[in-house]
Design a protein around this ligand. Structure first.
Ligand code: AMP
Length: 282
């Protein structure tokens, strides 16, 4: 496995694989790798010959009061995990390798970032598109794999791929969970033992609502309200818990036969923000 910090070097290495006719699969990450990330790598291998993973804690997607400084950084352990999974190339640049001091060009998101995580994290998706756009241009993969855990990210990146004509196939990997249902996340490291016990409550609340919807509830607002209060009573601070249209990412009140929805929640437990979601097709 080769590890590069420099854009020119990683491009050179990828060019060699491409000239041998290899299909390049790309898995972008912010490191502190867990089974969720590794499942993306395994899925990428089914769609490509050579896997490139990136490890970069992207400062542009953190708000001024967010956890950029405390975000876990475990490069050595991450590289071992990548090597064990058969990754060919890791691109792990420093901030100065990818960003100029002053930026004159920005990508703006319209509508798709109004609700869900975009609603409470201003600039978050613009920061993500900035780095994903750069990484797509640097790596020029044939296929890129992202997780359903960040479903709004997947939908917005898909839209960018369409509107900016990136010649890249996107694949969405299902959510990897702990045995008790908690969606795996690098941020779960922030949870105290007591919070870790409570944390699967978000998954359980979503599971309950999903079951009700599947058994015929068409207007889930009361159900959601009740689940929110139950979670709050357990110590969660709810950011959102709602059903959204899969395409527009707008909240939906009345569900229809044939509709495609995202049942999603985000909540704080102490200083940890947890997110989770279910895709629902009626
Ligand atoms: P991150 O390092 O948090 O930026 O995540 C990198 C990629 O891994 C993103 O595409 C995430 O959606 C994906 N990912 C993170 N956690 C999980 C999980 N529990 N299951 C599946 N994919 C995940």
């Amino acid at each position: 496995m080769d590890v590069y910090k420099s854009i020119d070097e990683v491009r050179g290495a990828i060019k060699k694989f491409k000239s041998d006719g290899k299909r390049i699969g790309f898995v972008p990450t912010m490191g502190a790798l867990h089974e969720g990330h590794l499942s993306l790598i395994r899925l990428a291998k089914k769609h490509a010959d050579v896997i490139v993973a990136s490890i970069f804690v992207n400062p542009e997607q953190f708000g001024p009061n967010e956890d950029f400084d405390s975000y876990p950084r475990e490069l050595e352990a991450d590289l071992n995990k990548c090597e064990d999974e058969g990754v060919a190339i890791v691109f792990a640049p420093n901030r100065d390798d990818v960003y100029d001091k002053k930026k004159y060009i920005r990508i703006e998101v319209d509508e798709l970032n109004r609700h869900m995580c975009g609603g409470s994290r201003p600039g978050f998706f613009e920061g993500i598109l900035l780095i994903v756009n750069k990484l797509f241009n640097i790596i020029s993969p044939d296929v890129a794999v992202f997780g359903q855990k960040d479903i709004q990210q997947f939908q917005i990146v898909s839209q960018m791929v369409r509107e900016f004509n990136h010649d890249i196939e996107l694949v969405m990997a299902p959510i990897e969970r702990a045995n008790d249902g908690l969606a795996l996340s690098s941020r779960n490291k922030y949870l105290s033992d007591e919070e870790r016990e409570i944390a699967p409550g978000l998954y359980r609340a979503l599971t309950y609502v999903e079951r009700q919807i599947k058994s015929g509830v068409e207007t889930p607002s009361l159900l959601l309200k009740h689940q929110k209060s139950e979670l709050e009573a357990k110590g969660f601070k709810i950011d959102y818990l709602n059903v959204f249209d899969k395409k527009t990412l707008r909240p939906v009140n009345a569900l229809k036969e044939g509709g495609e929805y995202i049942l999603a929640g985000a909540a704080w437990l102490g200083k940890t923000r947890l997110i989770d979601n279910f895709l629902i097709e009626l």
